[in-house]
Design a protein around this ligand. Structure first.
Ligand code: AMP
Ligand code: MG
Length: 356
């Protein structure tokens, strides 16, 4: 072949390769944030840039709502002398949403349990069973109806949205914790960023909270549902798989973080705000399938605390999400909306489909 023709052929081949790789461009980014491993996998021309922007946004969010970083808006408020602080947009949204969910779930989700989780050692990992007198003295601090917010003016560089006032009891501060909703909100913000970068297909795993954008894109360009594993509370293979698009799959369970006393009694990291003690529900885990991460995350925690019957009652009342309840190694229940999309992968003996 003539030299010139060879060159043209090479250029055409390179161009075709460029187009092909452009169409199926995919990148994955893993990073540590909010005390957990997070992974973002997105498809599209700007996937790498988009994933970077997601990491930046989640780190920024962590700076704002961390309970342990001394400069976060939450830390500053929780450790103030007068219980007063200023929240910018993210913390304001999370506070507003948590308080409304606390009301809706009758305190099963409660953003004011930080003094209780601290007393049990979950914030420092110095685990202990506090005496009942100590728990009783802390319970008034968990009354979420006492949190006050006042619309605020912008202050300096940060756009202040609300002034928050937390009353004090027994000369102790009320304290906030968005641990039950923060990762869900981070997922929603990540999806917004991916969309703004033109991404139409992505999957996020934020420490077990799975959230997807669109459907799954194959190398041939076809799009199918994402198949998300629902963890077994006892480890090993997933209990089942659920097919979704544009949704989240979020699980709460006692198996995630806990300690045991000298008699082998287990104390888990999810608290029952009625008793000030770790929750002891009649279920092993609750998985929520919802449209937004913040709602799915709030519900997984709250409905786990409620236990089976109250969770089912809640689902029947609101009817705007689906759920899978693993009761024990033999029994599982899931809502009728998942009948076609949820496939069991373990040999449960009792399978209940929850109807209206
Ligand atoms: P999750 O893993 O989403 O169920 O959230 C659990 C985290 O939320 C805990 O590690 C605590 O920081 C916080 N938390 C524990 N119990 C509750 C509760 N009943 N309501 C709200 N937050 C809670
Ligand atoms: Mg949660």
């Amino acid at each position: 072949m003539h030299k010139k023709n060879v060159l043209i052929t090479i250029i055409i081949k390179l161009f075709a390769l460029f187009l092909l790789s452009g169409c199926s461009n995919e990148s994955t980014k893993a990073f540590q944030a909010m005390n957990t491993l997070m992974t973002v996998r997105s498809f599209g021309l700007k996937s790498e840039k988009a994933n970077k922007a997601v990491q930046k946004r989640i780190s920024e969010l962590e700076e704002t709502i961390s309970t342990t970083r001394t400069t976060s808006e939450i830390f500053v408020l929780n450790h103030s002398n007068d219980g007063k602080g200023i929240f910018s947009k993210d913390a304001s949204i999370l506070l507003d949403f948590s308080l409304s969910m606390a009301k809706k779930t009758n305190g099963a989700l409660n953003p004011c349990l930080y003094p209780i989780t601290t007393a049990w050692g979950f914030t420092t990992e110095n685990f202990r069973v506090p005496p009942q007198t100590e728990i009783d003295s802390l319970l008034p601090l968990t009354d979420f109806t006492k949190v006050q917010t006042i619309k605020a003016e912008s202050q300096g560089k940060k756009t202040a949205v609300v002034s928050v006032i937390l009353p004090q009891f027994n000369r102790k501060n009320m304290q906030l914790d968005f641990g039950a909703v923060g990762k869900g909100y981070a997922g929603d913000e990540a999806i917004k960023i991916l969309k703004s970068c033109g991404i139409k297909s992505a999957i996020l795993d934020l420490g077990g909270n799975v959230q997807v954008l669109g459907g799954k894109k194959s190398s041939d360009g076809s799009v199918s549902d994402w198949n998300i594993g629902v963890k077994s509370p006892w480890g090993g293979e997933p209990a089942g798989g659920v097919k979704i698009r544009d949704k989240c799959v979020i699980t709460s369970g006692g198996y995630e973080r806990y300690f045991e006393d000298e008699n082998g009694k287990r104390y888990i990291h999810i608290m029952d705000s009625k008793t000030g003690r770790p929750a002891e529900p009649d279920v092993a885990s609750v998985t929520i399938v919802a449209d937004t991460g913040i709602y799915g995350d709030a519900l997984s925690t709250a409905l786990f605390v409620m236990g089976k019957e109250k969770a089912i009652e809640f689902w029947r009342t609101y009817n705007d999400f689906e759920m899978i309840i693993i009761i024990d190694q033999d029994s599982i229940a899931f809502t009728e909306g998942l009948k076609d999309s949820f496939k069991l992968l373990q040999p449960f003996k009792n399978i209940q489909i929850i109807n209206h």
